[in-house]
Design a protein around this ligand. Structure first.
Ligand code: ADP
Ligand code: MG
Length: 257
């Protein structure tokens, strides 16, 4: 579903150039949940944004569903690929009703039967039809993120790029949203590329994952490698230890790598 080869992304002009993604290659199979994990600033979001066509300066190869993407993504691309962001508040227009927020992608893509599609999208994220006439500020954080997921799902994409979809939510709500995303994948066979700084989240959701550090891909591992402690790279093992809770020894060991 995704093939990325030698992806490089930089920001800023020569002299103060930041290489955000440094020669990253990865591939994601159809139907898979593939994780990108790493500390803040390691380049995870930039990889998703490059795939989604939201960054200007990149080089390398990005293929989606067997086809290389160009500089500009066309409308068909967004039928195939949808993104969900971390901040469910910032990503929903505050002055639009939920009905309008969910109808907009349908209008852009010329899909009819908005009435039924909106109702169905709400059902998919387990919200009743009455939510159509509310505004984002009238919803909880978890409900807002459900709307952001419904807005992505309403176009029946085959690939969802999920950037820290639960990081802004309370812990109890995080689990609900992760379980919802897992159910959706099981039911519709959507492929996920899921970014999280939390290896616990990745372990719960993903078949395979890549560990990122300072723009570079450190290691690709399978979920089963976590359980049996088979991570190869010391940095990945530290990330695993850190995900098990705050521990002074872990923090000190981080400084040594
Ligand atoms: P992550 O998602 O892993 O936290 P990002 O992909 O957001 O990391 O950022 C990677 C690096 O690129 C960081 O050093 C960040 O400061 C930088 N960066 C990201 N977006 C921009 C931007 N629009 N302009 C300048 N620098 C950016
Ligand atoms: Mg990020």
């Amino acid at each position: 579903m995704i093939k990325v080869e030698n992806l490089r992304v930089h920001f800023g002009e020569a002299g103060q150039r930041i290489v955000a993604v440094d020669d990253v290659s990865l591939s994601v199979k159809a139907g898979e949940c593939y994780g990108l994990v790493g500390e803040s600033g390691s380049g995870k979001s930039t990889i998703l944004r490059a795939i989604a066509g939201l960054v200007d300066h990149w080089s390398g190869l990005i293929e989606i569903d067997g086809r290389p993407v160009g500089r500009k993504r066309d409308r068909d691309f967004y039928r195939l690929v949808q993104m969900v962001f971390q901040d469910p508040f910032g990503s929903l227009h505050p002055k639009h009703t939920i009905d309008r927020i969910l109808s907009e992608p349908l209008a852009i893509h010329g899909l009819d039967d908005a009435e039924n599609r909106v109702r169905h999208a709400l059902e998919q994220v387990q919200l009743g039809p009455s939510f159509r006439f509310r505004y984002p500020h009238q919803l909880s954080g978890g409900q807002r993120q459900r709307i952001a997921i419904a807005r992505a799902l309403i176009l029946s994409p085959r690939l969802m790029l999920l950037d820290e979809p639960t990081s802004a939510l309370d812990v109890s709500i995080q689990a609900e949203i992760l379980n919802l995303l897992a159910d959706i994948r099981r039911e519709f066979g959507v492929t996920y590329l899921l970014v999280s700084h939390d290896l616990g989240v990745i372990a719960h959701m993903c078949d395979r994952f890549a560990v990122m550090r300072q723009g570079k891909l450190v290691e690709v591992a399978a979920n089963t490698d976590l359980n049996s402690g088979r991570l190869k790279e010391p940095y990945s093992r530290q990330l695993l230890l850190a995900s098990k809770g705050y521990d002074r020894a872990v923090v000190d060991a981080f400084a040594d790598i």
